[in-house]
Design a protein. Structure first.
Length: 744
């Protein structure tokens, strides 16, 4: 939300005359100072003032500091401060970014990024920051030039070729980005003052890619997917009164093929929307035909790799044989192309537990029969995989209102599915299906009788749409707000006091609620491509709707809104994984200690001794940073096959020929640093304490192994873990004494 709001301060179209019409990329805005009352009286500014963006950025910088550790030097911190200052100034003035093709005889695919400012009263500050930026180009891997023109405009060019001679010149209107058809179409879709424009020229990007990519395979893949018909993407945002409108155009002219042909869908009809109760506070309805998707998948697979078609068909046949259901004919072909998802407070209050998904079936009898067979197959599969004393999910059947509801209790949720006449119902709880069943059976008032839904969608001016979303933020925001608070609390917890507290990043709900009205977006296809239009009280408001949680909101706002939180969330995830690695490695070392107590104080060189001895389950030796998982049929294998899998796949490595001691300096084991791309590892010492090390300090600690074990490197430890050797007790006793270690 914060990033979306920040972006909304920007305004469009300045410097368009300097950007050629075939530029790869363009982003432009007028600046908040030029917008005047359009911006100062908008909800966007009011929300930004509440959030205090500068403080939010400080919090994110603090999280980067946590993630980077010692690598986050004073120089880096100073660089971030200056870049932030430049960005802050840029939002206040006309500003634009463009990426253009810049060819030279030796480099026919060169590119240049061009930055434009019209700083006005901020001229001195902008010049000082840009001069500092120029001094940072020490590596000479790009050519950077600054130019200030008589009219006060400042232009910075960054070229990827050191011999670039690119000059920024004015173009005729019909040859500049100002006349780009994609931009003009997106701009025409909003009713207010367009204040931000974004253009990505996919056609030009593909052209440059093929110039440097000699292989035919990438072209064949792009063509098979139908993406060679994609011209580009254009976005525009506008302030309308106090609220926000935006439009996104995926420019793909007819005839479309491959993935893009899926855009050619029928409009959502009233019959679909009538399945939604009037009291719903959220809905998303769309057309999606799984039968067409399967057909397009077959076509693409055949065009990309004809030999793979047999494997694809074989996989479908295997699934059908395992389940007793003809997946294609009974299930996929039986589903309709009309889908709607909604949340009704009558189920479980205003939160997401009331979400229900409804599909209008083509062949209800086939789908009901397929569902019954799938339940039988699932029950048999779960029973076959049961473990003594373990949790075994159970699929239960509940009869309610003339329908059979299959549900599977899973702690906080109990997913449920049923067929009601010609509708497939799916929800997070049986209660959501009960409410849906009552609504369909009794013909109660639908969302079409809800004046808030009808009026909000009407604002967008589209009568026939292929998809529609609506949220009553007054009801959904309080629940979504709680989820946001939990995320910020989680980040603060994982930071362990090493970064600024994020608890007050989001203002109190009471200050936000006056802006929580209604939001909607619609999508439709025409001869130009696919258009998505949105109306909301402010950009990023959709994050206070289940739509934002489930799909990131409308394509135009979701990624922007999430963007500013990614560094912080990334740091939190890394910290959590590091803690998990430390815990697992400490547990594995403790297993070695227990093993040693029955084996003359000697650790085992063969980790499969520990897995076969039930010292831990095999998932415990797989790092959360890795991509490996436990084979489903592992316990059906022979002992030797299980042992070899453990040796080959463990992510945690022990130094061979270790004995039980309490030496705090002796490196006993580590996570294979290759699992985390050599960026860090957990290291356990023989007194069972574990440390997390990154890059330089990691190598210093791993190099201790060589000094402590007569030249044995950490890489050789990995090899010996895969192919263990008999335990050498004499060598173990000798190197257990630190006096025998090699000195630096």
């Amino acid at each position: 939300m914060v990033c979306s709001l920040w972006t909304a301060r920007l305004a469009a179209q300045p410097f368009a005359e300097y950007v050629p019409g075939d530029a790869y990329f363009y982003l432009g805005w007028e600046g908040t100072e030029k917008l005047g009352q359009t911006y100062t009286e908008s909800n966007t500014k009011a929300i930004l003032d509440l959030i205090k963006v500068d403080q939010m950025v400080d919090q994110v910088v603090g999280m980067i500091n946590l993630a980077e550790g010692d690598k986050f030097t004073e120089e880096k911190q100073e660089a971030i401060r200056k870049v932030r200052q430049l960005v802050s100034l840029s939002t206040q003035m006309p500003f634009a970014i463009a990426v253009v093709h810049d060819t030279t005889p030796d480099h026919p695919t060169g590119t240049t990024a061009v930055f434009f400012w019209k700083p006005g009263v901020h001229e001195q500050e902008v010049n000082q920051l840009l001069d500092w930026l120029l001094t940072q180009n020490n590596h000479q891997d790009a050519l950077m030039k600054k130019e200030q023109r008589e009219n006060g405009e400042i232009i910075l060019t960054i070229s990827d070729e050191l011999d670039s001679t690119y000059q920024v010149v004015k173009h005729k209107t019909d040859q500049s980005i100002a006349s780009n058809a994609m931009m003009l179409k997106a701009k025409s879709e909003v009713s207010g003052k367009s204040i931000i424009h974004l253009l990505v020229n996919a056609e030009k990007m593909f052209e440059s890619l093929w110039a440097i990519e000699p292989r035919d395979q990438p072209k064949r893949v792009i063509s098979a997917l139908g993406l060679d018909n994609l011209e580009g993407v254009a976005y525009t945002g506008a302030i309308v009164g106090k609220e926000w409108e935006s439009a996104l155009l995926i420019a793909a002219p007819q005839p479309r093929k491959g993935l893009l042909s899926l855009l050619d869908t029928k409009p959502v009809d009233e019959a679909v929307l009538k399945a939604v109760p009037k009291t719903a506070n959220y809905l998303y309805a769309t057309r999606l035909d799984l039968k067409d998707i399967l057909a397009q998948a077959r076509t693409a697979i055949f065009e990309i790799d004809p030999e793979s078609m047999a494997k694809f068909e074989q996989a479908l046949s295997m699934v059908s044989a395992m389940t007793g259901v003809n997946i294609e004919n009974q299930l996929i072909n039986g589903l309709g192309d009309a889908w709607v998802m909604y949340s009704d407070p009558a189920v479980a209050g205003p939160g997401g537990m009331g979400i229900c998904l409804v599909n209008k079936l083509r062949e209800p009898a086939d789908v009901k029969l397929a569902l019954d067979h799938l339940v039988v197959a699932a029950r048999a599969q779960m029973q076959g995989k049961s473990q003594p004393g373990g949790f075994i999910p159970q699929i239960q059947k509940i009869e309610y209102g003339g329908i059979e509801i299959y549900t599977m209790p899973l702690m906080m949720f109990s997913p449920a599915i049923a067929v009601k006449d010609d509708h497939l119902l799916f929800g997070l709880t049986p209660q959501s299906l009960a409410v849906a069943n009552d609504h369909l059976a009794n013909g109660k008032e639908s969302i079409l009788d809800n004046p808030h839904f009808m009026n909000t969608v009407k604002i967008l001016g589209v009568d026939q749409y292929a998809a529609v979303h609506y949220s009553n933020l007054g009801e959904t925001a309080p629940v979504m707000y709680q989820q946001m608070l939990m995320v910020t609390q989680m980040i603060s917890t994982f930071s362990q006091g090493k970064a600024p507290n994020l608890s007050m990043v989001i203002p109190p709900l009471g200050k936000l609620m006056p802006f929580m009205t209604h939001t909607a977006d619609v999508s439709y296809a025409n001869s130009d491509g696919y258009v998505m239009k949105s109306h909301s009280p402010f950009p990023g408001a959709m994050l206070f709707s289940p739509h934002g949680s489930l799909s990131g909101g409308m394509t135009t706002t979701g990624p922007l809104a999430v963007g500013i939180m990614l560094p912080a969330l990334g740091a939190a995830r890394r910290t959590a994984r590091q803690m998990q690695c430390n815990t697992q490695l400490r547990g594995l070392h403790q297993a070695q200690v227990i093993y040693a107590q029955s084996n003359r104080s000697c650790f085992t060189n063969d980790i499969s001794d520990l897995t076969e001895g039930d010292y831990f389950t095999i998932d415990y030796m797989l790092s959360p940073f890795g991509s490996k998982s436990e084979p489903a049929d592992y316990y059906d294998w022979s002992e030797e096959k299980r042992r070899q899998w453990a040796r080959d796949n463990t992510d945690f490595i022990f130094v061979p020929n270790l004995m039980e001691t309490l030496n705090t300096q002796r490196v006993a084991g580590f996570m294979d640093p290759n699992v985390y791309d050599m960026r860090g590892t957990a290291i356990v010492y023989n007194d069972n304490h574990v440390e997390w090390h990154t890059e330089e300090s990691m190598m210093e600690e791993l190099d201790k192994i060589e000094r402590q074990n007569d030249g044995l490197t950490w890489q050789q430890c990995i090899e010996l873990m895969r192919k263990p050797q008999p335990f050498d007790r004499e060598k173990a006793k000798f190197y257990s004494n630190s006096k025998n270690w090699q000195q630096d």
